[in-house]
Design a protein around this ligand. Structure first.
Ligand SMILES: NC(=O)c1ccc[n+]([C@@H]2O[C@H](COP(=O)([O-])OP(=O)(O)OC[C@H]3O[C@@H](n4cnc5c(N)ncnc54)[C@H](O)[C@@H]3O)[C@@H](O)[C@H]2O)c1
Length: 438
């Protein structure tokens, strides 16, 4: 039973996988984790405020591309995965993973409201010997400054009565090689005992756990990783813009540069960055750094350069139409792909949304194909996907390839389109006059 020592203390029960886990937030991060717990034989309660997700899980249906419905069905049928919107189920839990969104406010300041709302629920049901791990990406200091007081107010001392840690989720949706199970896990507790208990939690379920000295280090690890990506993408986008001006093919440059066996790692230019991580996370860090009087120039600069890419792509579409003496105003533009990256359905912060809006503002008549996104309903844009076909391609005055889903037939795109702006080098090798590369 939770809170009792009837079956030994929490640490030994974690080692024996004899505990009940709760996962708060069943999205791209939480659902795969809940499924790993169930797969390891742990009884898991999935809690989400979104009733549709709860109903789907109960019906054995997946809404995350990487998780087959079969896996959910089996876990639910075996009684290992229970989904609910009722937070009182937390009273039964020995451990809680908080996997809720961490967006930015319009001012680019961190919005911790989801973390706070989730933690308030946990605080209602917190009990002795409970382990709480925050997985949502956030600025260094969140766990200690925001969460510790919320639980200690309940009269429970962190590190003695309850355990609290931060462990950054690194899942890469659509990546079949690296999943929640085999991506190494970094864990940092508020106290050394918290680190030890949280390490034991993951060790039983995931393949590789890397403890660090404290929660702030673990929080900073995630922000270093995502800032590294944002800055390197910003750099390569700048090189792409420069190369375009100089008449040099940046894709050929990168292909050649990556033959260097050391000291170089290829990053690729594109229409802009998207998803719930790379466009947002670095600003959590720069916001926190400002409190220390520190200005993080790389982060701001990468944000500016990456943010310009949709404008650059819209300009390329205008240039492409210009070749045919056509004005963008009134032109039929077909966008291929609206998800922020290939082979997934996530459109959060997708650069496609910006490009679409920029072109509509110029008077273009937009339509799109995306096998993963049948309906686009974001930021006031509501559109239905067109069928990807030769006829659809032929109808457009200009095609702009924004997401290089494998399901797009490259040959058909080149054959049937009047002109294509290719933002991903997906049509590599088709260097006909029809293809305008980024
Ligand atoms: N998506 C990724 O690839 C990824 C990778 C690593 C880390 N992260 C981080 O993980 C966190 C979650 O991201 P995500 O992509 O899974 O988000 P998501 O939007 O897919 O899922 C979050 C879920 O939390 C639910 N929720 C919101 N408030 C809640 C509450 N108070 N109680 C219970 N459930 C609540 C939402 O309904 C939603 O289902 C973010 O901090 C993100 O930065 C995301």
């Amino acid at each position: 039973m939770p809170g009792s020592n009837a079956q030994g203390d929490l640490l030994s029960r974690l080692k024996q996988k004899n505990f009940t886990a709760a996962v708060l937030g069943l999205g791209y991060v939480g659902l795969p984790l809940a499924v790993e717990y169930a797969g390891a034989g742990v009884s898991v309660i999935g809690i989400d405020t979104d009733g549709t997700k709860i109903r789907m899980i109960r019906a054995g249906k997946s809404y995350i591309g990487d998780i087959p419905s079969e896996t959910i069905r089996e876990a639910v049928a075996a009684g290992r995965l229970r989904a609910t919107s009722d937070f009182s189920a937390l009273a039964e839990a020995d451990t809680v993973n908080i996997c809720v969104p961490t967006p930015l406010r319009k001012t680019k300041d961190p919005d911790l409201s989801y973390i706070v709302a989730a933690a308030e629920q946990v605080a209602k049901y917190v009990h002795k010997d409970m382990l709480i791990v925050l997985e949502s990406t956030t600025y260094p200091g969140t766990t200690e400054e925001v969460l510790v007081p919320m639980f200690e107010k309940k009269g429970l001392k962190v590190g003695r009565d309850i355990f609290l840690a931060f462990s950054p989720e690194r899942v890469d949706p659509g990546n079949a090689q690296f999943t929640t199970k085999n991506i190494p896990r970094v864990v940092g507790g508020v106290t050394p005992r918290c680190t030890k208990v949280a390490t034991a939690l993951y060790t039983g379920v995931l393949e590789n756990v890397h403890p660090v000295s404290c929660a702030s280090v673990a929080e900073m690890v995630k922000l270093l990783e995502n800032t590294f990506r944002s800055v390197n993408i910003g750099l390569v986008n700048e090189i792409a813009l420069m190369s375009d001006r100089m008449g040099i093919d940046v894709w050929e440059v990168i292909d050649a540069a990556k033959t260097k066996p050391f000291g170089f790692m290829p990053f690729y230019p594109g229409p802009g960055i998207g998803g719930h991580c790379i466009p947002l996370d670095p600003f959590y860090l720069s916001w926190k750094a400002k409190q220390y009087g520190f200005e993080s120039r790389f982060i701001e600069l990468a944000g500016v350069i990456n943010g310009q890419m949709p404008h650059y792509v819209a300009g390329k579409v205008v240039d492409a139409l210009n070749r045919f003496k056509k004005s963008v105003n009134g032109a039929k533009v077909l966008m291929l792909g609206v998800a922020y990256k290939k082979n997934i359905s996530d459109v959060r912060e997708s650069p496609a949304l910006d490009i679409l809006q920029l072109l509509v503002k110029k008077g273009a008549r937009l339509s799109y194909c995306d096998p993963y996104v049948p309906v686009l309903d974001e930021h006031g844009i509501r559109m239905k996907a067109e069928k990807f076909s030769a006829a659809t391609l032929r109808k457009a005055d200009c095609v702009v390839l924004v997401t290089d889903h494998d399901r797009f037939d490259r040959r058909m795109i080149v054959r049937e389109s009047k002109v294509v702006v290719d933002t991903r080098n997906a049509l590599k090798g088709c260097n006909g006059k029809k293809v305008i590369k980024l």
